[in-house]
Design a protein around this ligand. Sequence first.
Ligand SMILES: [Zn+2]
Length: 270
Amino acid sequence: MKTKIILLFFVLTIVCIACSRNAITGRNQLSLVSESEMQKMAITQYKQFLGESKVVPKTNDNAEMVRRVGQRIARAITEYYQQKGITNDLPSYKWEFNLVESKEVNAWCMPGGKVVVYTGILPVTQNEDALAIVLGHEITHAVAGHGRERMSQEMVAQGIQVAGNVALGGNPQTLSIFNNVFGPTAQVGVLLPNSRNQEYEADHYGLIFAAIAGYNPQEAIAFWTRMMNLKQGASQTPPFLSSHPSDADRIEKLKQLMPEALTYYKPGNK
Ligand SMILES: [Zn+2]
């Protein structure tokens, strides 16, 4: 682990030619994979996942709610880019929102806007505002390039050489890293050093996007408290919670972010 961190530090400081600045967070990130490569791999894995899952029909009320909330968050992101004058950096996403039948308490968004919500999380979200908190958070992970960053870090850790525009999707080792970072059914094995930072960014901008979309950001406190209680009552930590620590520290940070998020809140936008 120590070697990994030293190597990572070396790459971050010396080879920042491989860094890119994320338009939303303004943070420089290691990016050894292009956005289009990420999206290509994501589409393949998304299709495969849906093919193996019980997708709830689009006419179902809950599936419709997932799509409705997701589309509003997507629109809010465009609005945010317009407000900040960064529309040139708007990612070219082809959004898809699906609800799958599963007891798992989980939801995720892959690069390119491929979103899945598991029915198991609905008893915890309980209402549309809390679902918007979850989707705002997950979608932020995608638009803030977190998967690409984690993947790049893991490539460095595994000593993968990247030369020019090599087609990474065809490289079995790269694909395996992608599957580890995004494995929707697997627990994320290695929590890289900055994952707490990514969680904070996802909470921060997720609240803002939910608020612009017309959902009450304050619902985040109630939702993450329910998540915390769920963890305490469970014999095994649900996968979503193992990668999303829900504790007093997160709730405290959410409270600190609330005044800013509330300035974006437009209840009439729904
Ligand atoms: Zn997260």
